[in-house]
Each structure stands twice: as C-alpha cells, then as structure tokens.
Design a protein around this ligand. Structure first.
Ligand code: ADP
Ligand code: MG
Ligand code: MG
Length: 242
C-alpha cells in the first residue's frame, strides 16, 4: 500500500468553488514524487489540502494506513507528515539553532538535542548555528533551514511546495541534491515544482495536473523523454524563469 495517498480530492478556498476537482495521487514508501503542471493548476492547493490547510469537500487523504482527511496539524505531525510551504517558515529574529530547537518542541529534550546535531551534520550550509536567520542567510541557506526544521519531527513523509522558488540554478541543484540525500535516509518525499526538468531528474514518478485534475502520470524518466509532454509542460522553470 502507498505510504501517502490522496483519492478523488476536491478542495478549495470557498464553498462551491473547487480549485482541485477530483485529483488523485499515491506516494510509495521511499519514493520521490513530483507534482507538475502550469501555474494555477491547483498543485499547491492539493498539497495544502493534504496537509490539512485547505478545506477538503470530497475525497480522502491517507497516511500510513490512517485516514488523515481534515485532521488537525498535531495529528499530522504525530503520524509523521511534515510540510514545507512555499513561503519560508523560519523565524528571522532567532538563530539557526533556535529555529531547529523550536521546530523540535514536540520531541523530548535529549532526543531534540540529538536531532539538532544530526541536522548540523546533514546541512553543512547551516554550520553558523548562532547566526540570526535574517538577512545574512542566503536564499539557499534559508531553504535548507526550512527543510531542516521540517526534518526535526523525523517525518515519514516530507512534502515541499516549490523548494527551488527564487533560487539560482546552482542553488536549485544543491537543494535537489540534498533532497535526494534525505530520501536515502529513508524519508519519502512529495514535492510541487515549476522547475520540472530539475525535479524529474531526482524524482521516481511524476503527476501533471491541469485545471485541478490529473492530466498525465508516470515514471519521471518516461515523462521527461516524451516530446509532447516536454513541449506542453516542461518548458517552465528553466533558466529563463530565474
Ligand atoms: P499552482 O500551485 O498549481 O500554481 P494554486 O493551487 O496555487 O496553483 O492555485 C490554483 C488557483 O487557486 C489559482 O487560480 C489561485 O487564484 C487560487 N488560489 C490560490 N490560493 C488561494 C487563496 N488563498 N484564496 C483563494 N484562491 C486561491
Ligand atoms: Mg502557482
Ligand atoms: Mg503553487
């Protein structure tokens, strides 16, 4: 069974005005799966609906066999679902280390210390641990810190909305290489990306959404090699967009 699934999801911001109109995805344990599609397709809305942040009017979300549709955030955390929204959720008036400690507040102190140290080992970019997470961190460092904060709950599944947004091609490559490394530690990853080519290079499978519905799906390499898909969907997020 998939570790995470969304089945026939209808979701939106206002009653009677669905943005996601019956989309379904599955994520297998240990996979990297990417959601692609044109701007406005409903990718972020679907991911936020799965994270319990947008009302779901139809369908079901399951995580590790539990129905988590409309679950409160603390239950999602307990079941191991971490979400990194597109807007960085880091506290700029705190240091890097304080950001990690706060993100691990649900964990007992000794384990929390161990996890903070594990994050400094996994993210050499964050080694200036006492530095405030404000202006002096680069975009890449801020994104790495947002990912490290999400990992503090030791999630089963890590969901990220456009982790490469606003990053140069070089930093995008570094963030994606880090995601591939995180997957090798056993974390399952679902991401939304505009930067389709770079995302397909690290993903196992991909879904292409359009107008709130599934349009295409398949192995990442198969979609990347399909000329029609490339022409219609993979032009986005290239160097021209940055
Ligand atoms: P994508 O991530 O694929 O670019 P989104 O899910 O962000 O698409 O947006 C899909 C549609 O939902 C857009 O038409 C957008 O205007 C609308 N939308 C997004 N966020 C909100 C919001 N907070 N309130 C109302 N409508 C929204
Ligand atoms: Mg968008
Ligand atoms: Mg989006």
């Amino acid at each position: 069974a998939p570790v995470l699934s969304a089945t026939d999801i209808e979701a939106g911001y206002e009653p009677g005005l669905p943005i996601v109109k019956g989309a379904s995805i599955t994520v297998g344990r240990g996979e990297i799966v990417v959601l692609l599609g044109p701007n406005g397709a409903g990718k972020s809305t679907l991911m936020k609906a799965m994270a319990g942040l947008v009302p779901v009017s139809r369908g079901a979300v399951r995580l590790s066999g539990s129905d988590i549709t409309r679950s409160p955030a603390h239950r999602m955390v307990r079941l191991g679902l971490a979400f990194v929204p597109q807007t960085e959720n880091i506290f700029t008036t705190m240091s890097i280390e304080e950001n990690l400690v706060l993100a691990g507040h649900v964990v007992a102190p000794a384990e929390r210390r161990a996890r903070v140290e594990a994050m400094f080992a996994l993210f050499p970019d964050l080694s200036a641990r006492r530095r405030l997470a404000a202006g002096r961190l680069s975009g890449g460092q801020r994104q790495m810190l947002a990912v490290a904060r999400a990992l503090m709950i030791s999630p089963t599944v890590l969901m990220l909305d456009e982790p490469s947004a606003g990053l140069s091609p070089k930093l995008t490559g570094e963030v994606f290489a880090k995601l591939a490394e995180i997957r090798r530690t056993g974390v399952t990853i679902l991401l939304v990306e505009q930067n389709a080519r770079a995302a397909l290079a690290i993903a196992d499978r991909a879904y292409i959404l359009a107008d709130g519905r599934n349009r295409h799906e398949g192995p990442a390499a198969t979609l990347a090699a399909d000329p029609e898909i490339a022409a219609h969907y993979l032009g986005l997020g290239g160097a021209d967009d940055l």
